[in-house]
Design a protein around this ligand. Structure first.
Ligand SMILES: [Zn+2]
Length: 77
């Protein structure tokens, strides 16, 4: 797969950091599995990973968390 952003890099498996801001909640996930373009740095996340990140962000927002930095862990379900 050629990177759709720069049209020249070949994305490789790696990890990235995802930051989400919702209202007063800022949540940062570290070591999120992603496919990353070595040329421009664009990252591609699996839908399942995106769903999990957004679900965790929803939970944090509902819990009234203001700032949270956490390691990403695959859901066991
Ligand atoms: Zn690229």
């Amino acid at each position: 797969m050629t990177c759709v952003i720069c049209q020249s890099g070949i994305p490789e498996a790696g990890t990235t950091t995802v930051t989400l801001e919702r209202g007063t909640t800022l949540i940062v996930f570290r070591r999120v599995p992603a496919t990353i373009c070595p040329n421009c740095g664009e990252s591609y996340l699996d839908d399942a990973v995106v769903d999990q990140v957004y679900q965790a962000a929803d939970d944090a927002t509902a819990a009234g968390v203001e700032v949270d930095v956490r390691e990403f862990h695959h859901a066991s379900a």
